[in-house]
Design a protein around this ligand. Structure first.
Ligand SMILES: Cc1cc2nc3c(=O)[nH]c(=O)nc-3n(C[C@H](O)[C@H](O)[C@H](O)COP(=O)(O)OP(=O)(O)OC[C@H]3O[C@@H](n4cnc5c(N)ncnc54)[C@H](O)[C@@H]3O)c2cc1C
Length: 462
């Protein structure tokens, strides 16, 4: 039996373990290292309503633990190659779609409850958006909702445990190294107090482990990485009626727009009908995100989504991660966490204070500090966001209302991209990199698909 070590128990790592067990289970021992807790022990003090503000747990229970960053997410599985990653750089569109459809089937099989149907793309909305120079990206969307997503993860855990997969929780891997043995590579992974050897190593560390992994690649493993992008913006919250026509039909509107002022691309992202705005902790910096439940009775009256400006840098700058974190840290400095501002106050150049917020017709779903985002976001990104809000207002009247709430800062980091083969193998034979941490994906569906892809290759090679 060969030993496989997987670092990270997020969507990509779990689907890799699942598929290896399914297709070639008798040939491999699988061990999964996860710095966070098991699915039964993941507790975020904010989710548990023990505190209102992020208290900087290390590791963050939202980002880490069995299920990875997706565990408390909205559970939107987007079956599309139009967004959510770059998996088609490694395979054709048909194969990528088949992998995502396979993941979808497994999820349905693992669910103990009935899962609602898929939201299909509708060309009528694409046509309507084009009238305003807004470009709608569409995909098939399976929305699980946070509560079903968690119960599916519990079933996944029980299944993998029964199949003999060994999980080591609260085990952060500090160092990865490689050495030759019998003309083959052997891999060592080191936690605080133990070293584990394997024949095959799968790195599935997600965005929370991306910085650590980049360092391992540069310092120890000598692997080349490329990264020069970060998306910075805000989370917008409006009464759900403003977007209900489109969210009721296609669930979320992923729209891209090129601003007239700077020719920058601004995009909507992660729309949560009747959802909640939440905080997220990236290496001690508090940023904003959103989610929603599939059970309608748990919903809020608002819909939230991100508005993000893509920033691509040219030489000599090569640290977009630090740039994104630095901007987000301003909101933490001024507001002790996330800031919230009414759109009307932002365009009038004044702070939203507690009094103004209390007068707002739109009631916030996150207890953020009322403030002034113009003191946080650079002028260029702020102008881009304001222009996009007015543009969206043409398609969704009411979106640019005074009481539209903007939370800042939302940052989407792009993990550094490794040079990988079509098999997602690094230039070190036997070492694979999958999911968001490898820079090849940015979604639950593509991350899971990358895990299945690698599992089948490993299974075939034996
Ligand atoms: C709040 C939120 C909501 C989201 N909603 C959606 C959504 O609705 N739809 C969607 O498609 N995507 C969503 N996403 C993104 C989605 O969660 C990710 O794309 C997906 O989880 C990526 O899977 P992954 O396996 O690559 O990484 P992750 O899920 O991030 O898993 C990586 C795991 O590796 C562990 N790890 C990292 N470094 C180490 C180390 N050194 N040692 C041991 N363990 C380590 C981490 O603790 C983590 O558990 C959301 C993300 C967040 C944060």
């Amino acid at each position: 039996m060969k030993n496989i070590n997987i670092i990270g128990a997020g969507a990509s790592g779990l689907f890799a373990a699942y598929e290896i067990k399914k297709t070639a289970g008798d040939k491999f021992n699988i061990r999964v290292f996860e710095q966070g807790e098991s699915i039964y022990d993941r507790r975020c003090p904010i989710v548990e309503k023990m505190t209102k503000k992020c208290i900087n747990c290390r590791p963050c229970a939202i980002m880490s633990g069995f299920g990875g960053a997706g565990a408390f997410s909205d559970g939107k599985y987007n079956i599309t190659t139009q967004y959510g990653g770059w998996i088609t750089d490694y395979m054709d569109e048909k194969s990528a779609t088949e992998l995502m459809e396979y993941v979808d089937e497994v999820i349905i099989k693992l669910s103990e409850e009935e899962i609602e149907g898929i939201y299909e793309p509708k060309s009528i909305y694409k046509k309507e958006a084009l009238k305003y120079d807004l470009h709608l990206l569409q995909g098939r969307v399976r929305h699980l909702g946070t509560e079903k997503n968690l119960s599916i993860l519990k079933s996944m855990y029980e299944y993998l445990k029964e199949e003999g997969v060994e999980f080591l929780f609260k085990t952060k891997i500090e160092r990865v190294s490689v050495h030759q043995s019998d003309y083959k590579h052997k891999f060592s992974v080191q936690s605080m107090d133990e070293t584990f050897e394997s024949d095959i190593l799968i790195i599935a560390v997600g965005r929370s482990g991306a910085e650590w992994f980049s360092k391992q690649c540069k310092d120890g493993l000598g692997l080349r990485l490329i990264n020069n992008q970060v998306d910075v913006g805000v989370r917008v919250e409006v009464p759900s009626e403003i977007l209900e026509d489109i969210t009721g039909e296609i669930y979320e509107a992923k729209i891209k727009y090129r601003t007239k002022a700077y020719s920058d691309v601004v995009r909507t992202f992660c729309m949560n009908p009747n959802g909640y705005v939440v905080t997220e902790n990236t290496d001690g910096i508090i940023t904003v995100n959103g989610h929603s439940f599939s059970n309608k009775s748990l919903g809020s009256r608002n819909t939230n989504f991100a508005l993000l400006v893509s920033n691509k840098f040219t030489e000599p700058f090569d640290d977009p991660y630090a740039y994104g974190k630095r901007i987000a840290s301003f909101s933490n400095l001024l507001g002790g966490g996330v800031l919230v501002q009414r759109f009307g106050d932002l365009v009038k150049g004044r702070r939203t204070n507690a009094h103004r917020l209390s007068q707002s017709f739109t009631k916030p779903t996150l207890d953020a500090t009322p403030g002034d985002l113009s003191l946080v976001l650079p002028k260029r990104q702020l102008d881009d966001i304001i222009e996009m809000i007015y543009q969206l207002d043409k398609m969704f009247p009411g979106l640019a209302n005074e009481n539209t709430l903007l939370y800042g800062v939302e940052v989407k980091f792009y993990s550094s991209r490794l040079e990988l083969t079509d098999e997602l193998e690094t230039s070190i034979e036997g070492m694979y990199a999958i999911g968001d941490g490898s820079g090849t994906t940015r979604s639950l569906s593509q991350a899971s698909a990358s895990g299945v892809h690698v599992a089948r290759i490993i299974g075939k090679k034996g």
